[in-house]
Structure formats: structure tokens, C-alpha cells
Design a protein around this ligand. Structure first.
Ligand code: NAP
Ligand code: GCO
Length: 266
């Protein structure tokens, strides 16, 4: 029976990978506001300590862990530590990600592998670590943070686009393999969001003008603005809650309309 409690996350344990700042921090904040107990991980201790202060400043008692999503032993320890301290993970948000903007012919195979390792292998490793407990509990939510590059390519982001396109298909495969256990795996596809990851694309030019890519995105977005991490909060709560129990294998794009729009005539 639907009521607004369907959006509540009371009593749930959520892990947001890479939740120290940026999109992950905003998603974790939203899940906390909906009632979830929050765990997050990152690789850098300074980022972790600052994040704990930032969560506290928002009244959130987050639990932070140093763990690299590409390292299976660290992920196993992460999931076990959370299980011992907070309980079984009900909601996994695969948010941790990197990008390398290098023209393909100048990109080394190692650079390509590093991006795919974090952005695609990491979510696979994380999902494998949480799925057994979700199956045993008879419910679970996995949200993979995809991208415009799950659908589109552009110069210099070959590794990132390949990884995020793969992440869309991993999302559909987890849906296919575990839907019978009442586990929903969906993607959330942010458009262009103002975070440290996109800061280079928004840098003011020497003459004080906007970065050409900044101007390009404004022209490509019906909302005529960059997204903010806060724009992801409501969609993330929806995908993490019982309100979306029959939504599975879907990528919910939160892009201000970019994918629907040919772009404003110059
Ligand atoms: P960000 O500001 O660069 O933050 C990335 C986070 O991931 C940081 O907390 C980082 O912390 C962590 N991280 C990176 N590699 C990790 C690893 N191997 N293990 C654990 N944590 C790791 O990125 P963002 O802009 O918030 O983006 C977050 C996610 O959204 C990414 O998957 C990104 O691809 C995706 N996305 C971003 C946009 C956008 O416009 N910003 C749009 C679509 C999708 P440490 O460095 O301390 O580990
Ligand atoms: C880029 C940007 C994008 C965003 C995001 C768009 O260089 O094109 O970094 O890839 O990060 O993924 O959805």
C-alpha cells in the first residue's frame, strides 16, 4: 500500500562510495535526511576527516572508512566493518569515480585501465561484496552513478565513456541476475554537475570570460545551468526507497534535459 512512508529510509544502512565530497556527499546527505544510517569511504585520510566534520556540521553522524573500491581485500574489510558497526548494508551507492581527459591517441593503456578499474571494476567488486547479505535479507538497493557518457561520447574521455557505458550494462545485468531476490539495481545519470571533478571545465579565462566548455554546456542544457550536487538528492532517495521497488535496470538521468536537446543555436 503506497503512502509517503514509501520514501522513508528509517532503519536502513546506506554505503556511499566516494562520499567525502561532491555528488557522493550530497547523495549521502539526502539518504540521511530520509532516515538512513550513513557509511562512506574514500582513499585519502584528509578527505575523510574533513568529510566527517562536514557531515557533523549538517547534523549527520556519518561513519567514514578508508578503502579503495578497486582493492577486493579492502572492500571485504569495509563491508565487514560496516556490518559490525552499523548492520548489513541495505543500500549501496556506487559513486566513487575518476576521469582522465586525454586525447585517445595520447592516452596510455595504463591510464585507460586506471579509469576503467575505478569506474567499472570498482562497482562490480562493491556489488559482489554486498549482494550475498541482500539476498539473505530478501531486499536490497544498488544505485550506480552513471553519466551522460553512458549514452554519449566526446573527445578526450574514451576511457571514462567506455567505463560509464559498461556501468549502464552492469546495472542492467545486476537487475537481471538478482531481481528475483527483491533487489533493485538502477543507475542515476547526472548531467554536468559543479563539483571538483568538473572544475577544470568551468575555470574562468584570463580575460574573465567563461570557459568555452562552460558556455557549451549552458547552450546544451535546456535548464541553461550546470547542475548542483543537490539536484541529485531527491532522485537518489527515490531510487533508494521502497517507492521504487518495481523500478529495476533503469538509468534515471538527472541532466536538466541535455539528452533531450539538440542545443541552442549559437
Ligand atoms: P569527485 O568530486 O572527483 O569525487 C570523487 C570521489 O570519489 C571522492 O570522494 C574520491 O575520494 C572518491 N574516489 C575516487 N577514487 C576512489 C577509489 N578508487 N576508491 C574509493 N573512493 C574513490 O567526483 P564527482 O564529480 O562528485 O563525481 C562522483 C561520481 O559521479 C563519479 O562516479 C563521476 O564519474 C560521476 N559523475 C560526475 C558528474 C559531474 O558532472 N561531476 C556527472 C556525471 C557523473 P578520494 O580521492 O579521497 O578517494
Ligand atoms: C567531461 C565531464 C563529464 C562529467 C559527467 C557528465 O569531461 O565531459 O567530466 O564526463 O563528469 O560524466 O555526465
Amino acid at each position: 500500500m503506497f503512502d509517503m512512508n514509501s520514501f522513508s529510509l528509517n532503519g536502513k544502512v546506506a554505503l556511499v562510495t566516494g562520499g567525502a565530497y561532491g555528488i557522493g556527499f550530497a547523495i549521502a546527505e539526502a539518504l540521511a535526511k530520509a532516515g538512513a544510517k550513513i557509511a562512506f569511504n574514500c582513499r585519502n585520510d584528509a578527505n575523510l576527516q574533513k568529510a566527517l566534520d562536514d557531515y557533523k556540521a549538517k547534523g549527520i553522524e556519518a561513519h567514514g572508512y578508508i578503502a579503495d573500491v578497486t582493492k577486493e581485500d579492502e572492500v571485504t574489510k569495509l563491508v565487514n566493518d560496516i556490518k559490525n558497526e552499523l548492520g548489513v548494508i541495505d543500500i549501496l551507492v556506487n559513486n566513487a569515480g575518476i576521469i582522465k581527459r586525454i586525447p585517445m591517441l595520447e592516452m596510455s593503456a595504463d591510464d585507460f585501465r586506471q579509469v576503467v578499474d575505478v569506474d567499472l571494476n570498482g562497482p562490480f567488486i562493491m556489488a559482489k561484496a554486498v549482494l550475498p547479505d541482500m539476498i539473505e535479507k530478501g531486499h536490497g538497493k544498488i544505485i550506480n552513478v552513471c553519466s551522460m557518457m553512458s549514452e554519449l561520447g566526446r573527445e578526450t574521455v574514451s576511457a571514462y565513456a567506455a567505463a560509464k557505458g559498461g556501468l549502464k550494462m552492469l546495472t542492467r545485468n545486476i537487475c537481471s541476475e538478482f531481481g528475483e531476490h527483491n533487489i533493485q539495481c538502477n543507475g542515476i545519470g547526472p548531467g554536468y554537475i559543479a563539483t571538483p571533478q568538473t572544475a577544470p571545465l568551468r575555470e574562468k579565462q584570463a580575460d574573465g570570460s567563461r570557459h568555452p566548455f562552460d558556455q557549451f554546456i549552458i547552450a546544451k542544457t535546456p535548464a541553461a545551468r550546470w547542475g548542483e550536487p543537490e539536484d541529485l538528492m531527491g532522485p537518489a532517495v527515490f531510487l533508494a526507497s521502497d517507492a521504487s521497488n518495481f523500478v529495476n535496470g533503469h538509468v534515471l538521468y538527472v541532466d536538466g534535459g541535455i539528452l533531450a536537446y539538440i542545443g541552442k543555436q549559437p
